[in-house]
Write a protein that binds this ligand. Structure first.
Ligand code: ADP
Ligand code: MG
Length: 459
């Protein structure tokens, strides 16, 4: 029988892993693991996770680094075993042991009048918000606001480009506050809604009641979140009303959260009084996600869907993440299109499938990639000459870049194996061999995978 992995060892191991993998990968793949036990005789150490796709990713990409870290912390090499177990099974295994790293999720649905009205999307919460370098600060201050509304950062002003997660964070704040303070009145509203409600109230001349009701509604909340404030630029009546709402809430020490596609000082068509109020805020931005974060977000989304998370699918995800860099909404829609189209056509969702079916992601210039472009880029990267890559020289310093170039030609052009072979003065079996070798190696060699990605980007 194995021994329990002590909490302190688990912490040491996590620390070691954190030093060796990108932060977002650490948080997304390693942190959710539950340490189970280790067996000195069998030289194995096991971990569980109820989300099987995370296990798949770990198995495919992280075993070498995982085992390296285990060896360091436990001072002996051990084989890492990853068990795909449900949360209940894990609980059973750990029956009497504590589980420091698993958050308790309590989904009691208390009713609160304000709750139903204000359209908090249940799918946008902190649990499924992937944190990367691009948004970690915005995430941290949002969580702080959610934990202590009106106590830490008030107002909070979130800004960033379209599709980067501003609305998601606001909804997450709303859910969190309602869960922990069910009596609080939390109001989330888009600026369009705010404007149209206000205009409705003003237009209804028949009674002053409607406008009073409007004021009452907005000025009686504990938390007001107003999304896409740039929308009220140039709209005087709306700005005026919002100014008074803002002041009232601020004086009553209520939490205000505002989002915008620009920082306050760039909202040039906004009343100066409002702009300066926003200037008192905690102003924080969200940037576009890096590659690792994009992959993590896609993996998280794919988890909800019925797809087999195999190597082919992971390659498809990598390709989507390579192509779409600036908008998470677009990332999601490319993923959804891939999944539904592949189901519809009854084909596997592979990188090739993505390339062939999501043609809008692959601008025409992709078609113009030739073996020459590939060779040039590879030679530049490895600092060798075109004549070397085309030569029969067998030294590794030439043969390795040559194999990479063949692999890239196969990936990036529509040329047949014999055609690619011709351009290197080889036959098609050599090309096939190179492609197999490189595609296998990419899976175990992170350096090579990174190099290939960079090369693809330059090409
Ligand atoms: P914005 O309001 O900034 O335009 P959204 O909050 O609407 O962007 O985000 C667009 C989509 O991307 C939403 O479906 C959202 O759930 C998703 N999204 C954005 N950021 C993240 C993230 N860090 N993790 C997971 N999903 C995200
Ligand atoms: Mg939004």
């Amino acid at each position: 029988m194995g021994k329990k992995i002590e909490e302190s060892k688990w912490r040491d191991l996590l620390y070691e892993i954190e030093q060796n993998v990108p932060p977002v990968s650490y948080r997304t793949w390693f942190l959710p693991l539950t340490p189970l036990e280790y067996d000195e005789k069998a030289k194995t150490i096991s971990f569980a996770c109820s989300e099987s796709f995370k296990i798949d990713v770990l198995r495919k990409r992280y075993i070498p680094v995982f085992e390296k870290c285990v060896a360091k912390v436990f001072e002996k090499p051990m084989k890492v075993m990853l068990l795909d177990k449900s949360a209940d099974e894990i609980k059973e295994t750990l029956a009497s042991k504590s589980k420091p790293f698993n958050p308790v999720i309590n989904d009691d649905d208390d009713t609160n009048d304000f709750k139903e009205e204000f359209y908090l999307n249940p799918r946008q919460n902190f649990e499924n918000f992937v944190v990367g370098d691009n948004n970690s600060y915005a995430h941290a201050v949002s969580l702080a606001v959610a934990e202590s509304p009106a106590k830490v950062y008030n107002p909070l002003f979130l800004y960033g480009g379209s599709g980067l997660g501003k609305t998601h964070l606001m909804h997450a704040i709303g859910h969190y506050i309602l869960k922990h303070n069910p009596d609080m009145k939390v109001l989330y509203v888009s600026s369009e809604m705010f404007t149209s409600e206000l205009l409705d109230a003003i237009r209804d001349q028949s009674s002053a009641e409607k406008i009073n009701k409007f004021k009452q509604k907005y000025r009686s909340v504990d938390v007001l979140m107003i999304d896409d404030i740039q929308f009220i630029e140039g709209k005087e009546a709306t700005q005026n009303e919002f100014f008074f709402t803002f002041n009232t809430l601020y004086e009553l020490n209520k939490q205000i959260v505002i989002s915008s596609d620009r920082p306050p000082n760039k909202l040039t068509d906004l009343d100066e009084r409002l702009r300066s109020r926003f200037g008192w805020s905690m102003v924080t931005d969200i940037k576009p996600p890096d590659f690792e974060t994009r992959v993590a977000i896609l993996m998280n989304k794919a988890e909800d869907q019925q797809v087999t998370m195999d190597e082919d699918f992971i390659e498809a995800i990598d390709l989507i993440a390579e192509k779409i860099k600036f908008n998470i909404r677009d990332l999601e829609s490319a993923l959804n299109r891939t999944i539904s189209l592949s189901a519809h056509k009854n084909q596997k969702p592979t990188a090739k499938f993505v390339r062939e079916n999501l043609t809008d992601l692959f601008p025409v210039k992709d078609i113009d990639i030739t073996c020459e472009t590939v060779k040039k880029a590879v030679c530049k990267k490895f600092n060798i000459k075109i004549t070397d890559i085309e030569s029969k020289k067998r030294k590794r310093e030439f043969s390795y870049p040559r194999q990479i170039a063949m692999y890239l030609c196969r990936e990036l052009t529509d040329l047949s194996l014999p055609k690619i072979g011709d351009s290197f003065g080889r036959d098609h079996t050599t090309v096939l061999h190179a492609c197999d070798k490189i595609s296998k190696e990419i899976k175990t060699n992170q350096n090579l995978a990174d190099e290939i990605r960079e090369l693809k980007e330059t090409i």
